[in-house]
Ligand binder design. Structure first.
Ligand SMILES: Cc1cc2nc3c(=O)[nH]c(=O)nc-3n(C[C@H](O)[C@H](O)[C@H](O)COP(=O)(O)O)c2cc1C
Length: 738
């Protein structure tokens, strides 16, 4: 709730000021170049702290007929207003020791003048200035709401700079740039507000007021300028010196120093008035310098980057909002569990079943029904429920999808509050031996419970068939006396580029009927270990995806041959030089982490494949790999890749400072050990890895995934009293199981 308040405030502020912000930041970037071009001019003189003010006065008086004033700029240049020997009044850069003219003070170019006008007032004078001031204020608020949002997302202010989970470009760089450029942007905005407030006289006066009526002391004697105390101070203490207008005794030198302004008697050097600058004047000067970058090339560069980044924030922010809105439209989270009459429970691994469930929910809501949708894992009590509709896929070897693994246990432990009618729709594929097995289990479970009555027998849907779904819907409508119409959002299927690969190696089957295949892309393509290779055998419409390793710019895959497997049989028969057509699909969720204190790879069977490549690419991140297979010989094909990089020792004995290690466990030898057994034996080390921010990568069969996740859940409860989902959300648990 609070998150959405901040998000909406952030968005509303950005939307209302976007156009002005674009103009102000764009012109701001250009204007920040002006102080840089100014600073690089050759008028600076070194060691101004060693030159006294009187030295410069003398030099100027010798060189020119009359000196009106001189000042030290933010770039440490000396500018003097003088009357030359020819009687001309000039404003020039001078050398503070010789008084020599170094160059003419040029007026701002017409271009910079124009851009300044746009930046300050959009050529709209007072009203434009007001809008720009207001936009600066909004920018302050946008930055503050942005930082609050970020703190919430990262889990607190202390974690502001911790690892970012987002992989979407706009979102990722909105956060990265936001947290580094927040301070400069707030400074730009706050000083902008200050300068505008000053222009509109909303601040107390910043001018110094002298008492001009003071009477000079009679004891003070006339002396040369070089003996005036105030002129003995170093030149870099001075801001500006204005010479007396006439030789009248009541005309004084006006000396603006860094911290105060003094009036000095022109003949005796007596200080007639000494007024420190008011706070407002100091703040104004500081605001001007910080807002414009005057006098500092480094700060000007920061201003250029910060102003430019505001343009990026606007574009990336709006792109994130559009994306979120699209997702919200898909999700329609409307009613809570206790007010809903219809409960839809979903088991889905790759999201397709969710799309069916959401479309069904949307259609029901459109007929004014109160509907609640959640994953099967979140099964609980529902106060007003009369109907439960389960949509679930089956995975692995007839297993539950990850978001339904806890359903059976939850169902057995929860007593429903009322009698409920149920309908089960199983999503599966006839290509698998255990067609819709998990849906069958859920159906059986509900049948056994006295509070649940079937509305309709279990329906199985092969290969996400819309025809089969609509026919179930028709019957469901009839039984319910409803007539809901379900339409599906068009799925944007990314077109993958199909290319040719030549076979470099295809090994024989090992004792587990597994073989290694090495393919060389015929074209240059981008891929990395953990990506997926999609292959459709010739004359077939069945595609298979394989998790791949990148080894010396070639694709390595490990395939288990199934006697009736169309794709595995096709690949198994390949020979050196044959051409295979396929496409590589990016799998960003399963790439080796760019940074992490340590990585623990866990896999079984052919699930070792992406790790074989990651081990070759890995850079300086301590790594341990645990692999589960059947026999010692099962590891033979993988051994050379692993032993090139890792030393065999158990995780518990691994010393990450000096070595990267691996261990294997075998299920068909005497001690019959599975990866989850090994994790349990080394539970302290596993918990410590996660606690210290390490990343756990899991690849292999769904059966192994289920057991490993159950084991991890147990370990974390005992060792850290924390749920596994905390680490999953944090990006510390990466999975690619099949
Ligand atoms: C690795 C894998 C294993 C699968 N195992 C089974 C299975 O044992 N039985 C079955 O009926 N369908 C199986 N399927 C098919 C899925 O259940 C089916 O494609 C489903 O529509 C996917 O839904 P989802 O996208 O919501 O996860 C499997 C699919 C994959 C990719």
């Amino acid at each position: 709730m609070t998150l959405s308040i901040w998000r909406y405030s952030h968005l509303a502020l950005a939307v209302s000021s976007a156009l002005f912000l674009i103009i102000a930041s764009f012109t701001g970037v250009i204007l920040a170049f002006e102080p840089i071009s100014q600073s690089v001019q050759p008028y600076a003189v070194a060691n101004l702290n060693e030159i006294s003010v009187s030295k410069t006065i003398e030099a100027l008086q010798q060189e020119y007929t009359e000196v009106l004033e001189f000042e030290l700029t933010a770039d440490d240049f000396v500018i003097a207003s003088v009357v030359t020997q020819n009687g001309e009044t000039e404003s020039i850069y001078v050398h503070p020791i010789t008084g020599r003219k170094l160059g003419e003070v040029k007026a701002k170019t017409a271009f910079f003048n124009w851009v300044t006008n746009v930046h300050r007032s959009l050529f709209l004078k007072g009203i434009g200035r007001f809008f720009i001031g207001l936009v600066s204020l909004l920018l302050c608020l946008i930055s503050l709401t942005g930082i609050l949002l970020l703190a919430k997302r990262q889990g607190g202010f202390l974690k502001l700079y911790s690892r970012i989970k987002e992989t979407n470009f706009a979102q990722r760089y909105h956060i990265i740039l936001g947290r580094w450029l927040l301070i400069p942007i707030v400074i730009i905005a706050a000083t902008g507000v200050y300068l505008s407030a000053e222009k509109f006289s909303l601040l107390p006066s910043s001018s110094t007021t002298h008492d001009w009526s003071a009477i000079p002391s009679e004891t003070e004697l006339e002396k040369p300028l070089s003996e005036f105390d105030v002129f003995r101070s170093p030149l870099n203490d001075l801001k500006k010196l204005t010479f007396p207008f006439s030789e009248d005794e009541e005309d004084y030198f006006i000396v603006a120093l860094k911290n105060k302004e003094v009036l000095v008697h022109q003949f005796t050097g007596e200080i007639m008035s000494d007024v420190p600058y008011p706070f407002v004047a100091v703040a104004s000067q500081l605001s001007l310098n910080l807002h414009t970058g005057q006098g500092s090339i480094l700060w000007s560069l920061v201003l250029i980057i910060a102003s430019g980044s505001i343009l990026f924030f606007i574009v990336s922010g709006f792109s994130m909002t559009l994306k979120r809105r699209k997702n919200i439209k898909l999700q329609i989270p409307i009613f809570n569990k206790d007010e809903s009459e219809f409960i839809i429970l979903v088991g889905s691994e790759s999201g397709n079943t969710f799309l069916f469930a959401q479309a069904f929910q949307k259609a029901l809501v459109a007929t004014d029904k109160k509907v609640f949708l959640s994953s099967l894992n979140e099964y609980t009590t529902y106060k007003k429920a009369t109907n439960i509709i389960v949509f679930t896929a089956t995975y692995g070897d007839g297993e539950a999808p990850t978001n339904a693994r806890k359903f059976t246990a939850a169902f057995q432990g929860i007593q429903p509050l009322n009698n409920i009618k149920f309908s089960i729709v199983g999503f599966g594929s006839l290509l698998y031996p255990h067609y819709c097995k998990f849906a069958i289990q859920v159906d059986a479970l509900l049948h056994q419970h006295l509070s649940f009555k079937p509305l309709h027998p279990l329906v199985k849907i092969n290969d996400q068939s819309n025809v089969a779904f609509q026919s179930w819907l028709k019957e469901w409508n009839e039984l319910m006396g409803l007539n809901i119409q379900v339409t599906f959002p068009k799925r944007s299927i990314k077109q993958l580029k199909v290319i040719d690969f030549s076979v470099v190696d295809c090994t024989k089957l090992n004792i587990d009927n597994t073989f290694l295949l090495r393919l060389r892309p015929k074209k240059k393509i981008k891929f990395q270990s953990g990506d997926l290779l999609l292959i459709t055998p010739p004359d077939s419409n069945v595609s298979r995806k394989y998790s791949i390793a990148r080894v010396e710019n070639e694709i390595l895959l490990s395939v288990k041959w199934h006697p009736h497997g169309i794709c595995s049989s096709y690949l198994c028969d390949l020979k050196y030089g044959d051409i295979v057509r396929g496409s590589v699909e990016k799998n960003d969720d399963f790439h080796f982490p760019k940074s992490a204190p340590s990585v623990f790879m866990i896999g079984n069977g052919t699930g070792i494949t992406p790790f074989l490549g990651m081990l070759q690419e890995r850079k300086n991140i301590p790594t341990h790999m645990l692999w589960g297979g059947r026999n010692v010989d099962s590891f033979d094909y993988y051994r050379p890749f692993v032993e090139r990089k890792l030393i065999r020792t158990s995780y518990i004995n691994a010393s990450f400072n000096t070595q990267n290690t691996y261990d294997i466990v075998l299920s068909q030898v005497n001690d019959k050990c599975y990866v989850q057994d090994m994790l349990l034996q080394q539970q302290k080390m596993v918990a410590k890895t996660l606690k210290d921010g390490g990343v756990l990568m899991l690849c292999g069969s769904m059966t192994m995934q289920q057991s490993v996740l159950d084991t991890l859940e147990k370990i974390l409860e005992i060792e850290l009293q924390q749920p596994l989902s905390d680490f999953e959300l944090n990006g510390q648990l990466l999975m690619d199981c099949y």
